[in-house]
Design a protein. Structure first.
Length: 150
């Protein structure tokens, strides 16, 4: 297996992982102005910081390989933002926002787990796979923490 193949596979994997963690961070940023509960704001702030750390780790791995992550398209970001606006227009209670965040984290766990399964027996770097597994663990823990706000 060539080093070039490994770099290409790892880049594709990390691009998908990057989009996932950036979606989580961007969604929290979009939701934050609607949150009144102090405990929920603290949880969201901690999650935002963690997602940003994951994004930085992904960027660092890609930069070391002489590359950079692909950002989500403007349209995809706008659609997500619009979905959040619509979803909170009638109900912006802490419980509803916690439910939305749990749904988002569950999607993140599902998407990242599928990504890991797809790439774990390929030339993808172990460093990238380990970061993805850490992301899944973190999102699963987040889901548990958010349940207290339901």
């Amino acid at each position: 297996m060539s080093e070039q193949n490994s770099k290409t596979v790892t880049k594709k994997f990390l691009d998908s992982l990057y989009k996932n963690v950036k979606m989580g961070a961007d969604s929290i940023i979009d939701l934050m102005p609607k949150v009144k509960d102090k405990g929920m704001r603290e949880e969201m702030t901690a999650e935002l910081e963690r997602y940003e750390k994951f994004a930085t780790s992904i960027r660092d791995i890609l930069f070391k390989a002489g590359d950079e992550p692909k950002e989500e398209s403007f349209m995809a970001k706008a659609m997500t933002k619009m979905g959040i606006e619509m979803n909170t227009m009638m109900d912006s209670t802490t419980s509803h926002i916690a439910d939305m965040m749990i749904q988002g984290a569950t999607m993140g766990v599902t998407d990242t787990t599928k990504l890991i399964r797809e790439y774990e027996n390929t030339a993808c770097s172990e460093e990238a796979l380990a970061l993805a597994r850490e992301t899944v663990r973190y999102e699963e823990e987040s889901i548990e923490r958010l349940k207290k706000f339901l």
